[in-house]
Design a protein around this ligand. Structure first.
Ligand code: NDP
Length: 332
């Protein structure tokens, strides 16, 4: 018999999440059976902490529920021939160390996954955040060679892939991030221009200096004040992919900003919100493309790995504070 550990949402977040909003529980798992749904025992190896957990906790969860989230897990016991003992899978079973499955909710890592590549990348560059960058740029921004792309939270899981894919696509890339170390990382990744939005005197001037002609595409991970300033620097017929609004997720009272109609009308802009799940039917295409670029060294990655399942709340809070370069992951 296995006792799983799980983090539950003790209290809905009010403002910035606190460690006291979480509780660590133990759950006794049943033994596997030949028939029925208890066919596989899995152990989480890497767990993802993502910004969406903050707004979705309110939308999807009630107090006492296990925190939502995705993990890379290893098959420990199997009565399902499709999953050998030792097989690695990706699944959305929340913040828990072990769980039982019938196999239907499990996705095997791509068969071409090289042994030398960390499996945790299936939660980042070759996982949901990478797919968000891929489909957001191709299908929402519709970037074309020679264009200028702006991305914020640029050193994070999604943003760092956005910048690199835009370079592969023949664009000029400008990235903004919240520390000098992050800016140095962006330069290392090949961003044409990068600056620390926290230390520039004027965001407006910094954006204008980085691209005096303005921006064709804006991949917005942040929303709020940043987006209100950046929209005025778009070129005519520019496209804005509204991916995330992390600057607003912890607000107890919604921010009010300038209205978007003037720049939208006079620059004839397109602004489209999206969820990466829209392209679930093309997941394989996206993952294969990302995996190929990573293996070829054309897309580089960095992971912020926190050791220990007991540190999940701290890793989540740290990511929301901007402590991560690249993808924030917890290793059990
Ligand atoms: P990141 O790895 O980028 O981590 C979050 C980063 O956000 C932090 O490192 C920090 O970077 C930045 N940040 C935090 N607070 C603020 C703030 N108040 N103002 C500005 N920046 C802030 O996370 P992801 O790459 O996983 O996600 C990036 C965005 O994409 C999020 O908004 C997320 O919700 C969204 N997303 C949307 C998806 C979709 O389907 N639409 C799917 C996946 C993600 P810094 O130090 O640079 O400020």
């Amino acid at each position: 018999m296995v006792i799983a550990k799980a983090w539950v949402l003790k209290k809905h977040f009010d403002g910035f999440p606190k460690t006291s909003d979480f509780d660590l529980k133990e759950i006794e798992l049943p033994n596997l059976k030949d028939g029925g749904e208890q066919k596989l025992l899995l152990a989480s190896v890497f767990l993802s902490v993502d910004p969406y957990m903050r707004p979705y906790s309110r939308r999807l969860m009630k107090e006492g529920d296990i925190m939502i989230g995705t993990q890379v897990a290893r098959t420990v016991e199997s009565k399902n021939p499709a999953f050998a003992v030792g097989a690695f899978v990706v699944c959305d079973r929340g913040w828990r160390t072990h769980f039982i499955s019938d196999g239907k909710d499990l996705r095997l890592l791509p068969s071409s996954w090289p042994e030398s590549l960390p499996k945790s990348l299936a939660l980042g560059t070759v996982g949901m955040p990478g797919l968000t960058a891929y489909f957001g740029l191709l299908e929402v921004c519709k970037m074309k060679p020679g264009e200028t792309v702006l991305v914020n939270a640029a050193a994070g899981a999604v943003g760092s892939v956005v910048g690199q894919l835009a370079k592969i696509g023949g664009c000029k890339v400008v990235g903004c991030a919240g520390s000098d170390d992050k800016v140095a990382y962006l330069k290392k990744l090949g961003f044409d221009e990068a600056f620390n939005y926290k230390t520039v005197k004027s965001l407006d001037e910094a954006l204008s200096k980085a691209s005096p002609d303005g921006y064709d595409c804006f991949f917005d991970n942040v929303g709020g004040e940043f987006a209100s300033v950046a929209i005025n620097q778009m070129k005519k017929y520019g496209r804005i992919a509204v991916c995330g609004a992390i600057s607003e997720y912890n607000d107890s009272v919604p921010q009010k900003g300038p209205y978007v109609q003037y720049p939208m009308i006079f620059k004839e802009l397109q602004m489209e919100g999206f969820l990466v799940t829209r392209w679930n039917h093309r997941r394989e295409e996206g993952l294969n493309a990302l995996l190929k670029w990573v293996v070829e060294g054309k897309v580089k990655y960095h992971e912020q790995i926190t050791e220990g399942f007991e540190n999940m709340p701290m890793a989540f809070i740290g990511m929301l504070k901007g402590e991560n370069i690249g993808k924030a992951v917890v290793k059990v």
